[in-house]
Ligand binder design. Structure first.
Ligand SMILES: [Zn+2]
Length: 105
């Protein structure tokens, strides 16, 4: 083997010895979620749970008041299928759509 080839081989070998763990892959997010992201996720989940809990408590109040199954906005009966799916929903399907669209006053 000629000396210059040996030299190139040595160069190549050194190159492969670069620490692989620290390699940056631009544009590819391979990191596990950071603590910030995890806290954000936990907060969102917690808010959802609290919202459902609040709706369930409202539903219990409406059962006690005898208005359960009636839309709190327009007073229309909420469909049985809808109540089966979302027992705690305060709105009929029409008002729920408006509420989601931000059109409910
Ligand atoms: Zn309604």
């Amino acid at each position: 083997m000629r000396p210059e080839v040996r030299h190139l081989e040595a160069e190549a070998w050194r190159g492969s010895e670069q620490p692989v763990a620290g390699v940056e892959l631009p544009g590819i997010d391979t990191d596990p979620p950071s603590q910030e992201e995890e806290e954000y996720l936990a907060r969102v989940l917690w808010q959802n749970e609290r919202e459902i809990l609040a709706q369930a408590q409202d539903a219990l109040t409406r059962i006690a008041a005898g208005t359960y199954g009636l839309c709190v906005h327009c007073g229309a009966p909420i469909g049985k299928e809808r109540l089966d799916l979302l027992p705690h929903t305060p709105y009929c399907i029409d008002c729920a759509r408006k509420a989601e669209a931000g059109e409910l006053d």
